[in-house]
Write a new protein. Structure first.
Length: 213
């Protein structure tokens, strides 16, 4: 979470399927809400002061054009308007920042998927200024992806978009080669190949499968 605070609610558990935009967890937003309200409340006053300074500058300019006002008085009116305008822009920026922080106190699912693990609980402190820790681990499960590490002689037979058959137990489903690695993985002793398998959506991760092409 990009803002600091105390977690007030965690609404998901491992294995739960969620839709994009679903609320996963949220912080106690009492202080953030108060800051957002205070910032929004100052904007009408700052706009009124800017408008008043603008009207005053217009009057001063008219008097100056009629040669009944000194350059010093006109410059002071311009300065008051510039200060009022700057104060308004600063207030608007602060209000946007506080609104953003309030929105970011609610952790929403960035995509539809399944909750892999929950790494936080109510009452836990989130310190965004330090090294933030994950709160929820969410994984996409549509489609599932099979990974294999193949020798060079075999990997040259595959290309992205190619259809393959993925077998798990007694059933077989179609898959599509999503990526073919160009550099070997020394730890796996082979070139990585990824195959998207829509027919395995919702299956537990880590299953062993066979690929045929």
């Amino acid at each position: 979470m990009p803002v600091s605070g105390v977690i007030s609610r965690v609404l998901v558990t491992p294995g739960m399927h969620v839709q994009k935009g679903a609320l996963l967890a949220e912080l106690d937003a009492t202080g953030l809400q108060a800051q957002s309200d205070a910032s929004a409340a100052t904007l009408p006053r700052l706009r009124a002061e800017r408008d008043e300074a603008q009207r005053d500058l217009k009057r001063m300019q008219e008097l100056y054009d009629r040669t009944v006002l000194s350059t010093t008085d006109l410059d002071q009116a311009k300065l008051r308007f510039t200060r009022a305008q700057s104060a308004l822009r600063e207030g608007e920026a602060q209000a946007r920042m506080h609104k953003f922080q309030l929105q970011e106190s609610r952790l929403l699912a960035p995509f539809a998927g399944v909750v892999v693990s929950v790494m936080a609980s109510p009452g836990q402190v989130v310190a965004a200024a330090l090294q933030p820790k994950p709160v929820i681990v969410l994984a996409q499960d549509k489609p599932m992806r099979a990974l294999a590490w193949l020798p060079a002689a075999t990997v040259t037979q595959l290309k992205t978009g190619q259809a393959v058959t993925v077998s798990t137990g007694q059933s077989s489903v179609p898959g599509t080669v999503a990526a073919v690695g160009l550099e070997p993985d020394a730890s796996k002793n082979g070139y990585p190949v990824a195959v998207d398998v829509p027919g395995l959506a919702g299956m537990p991760a880590g299953l062993a499968v066979k690929l045929k092409w």
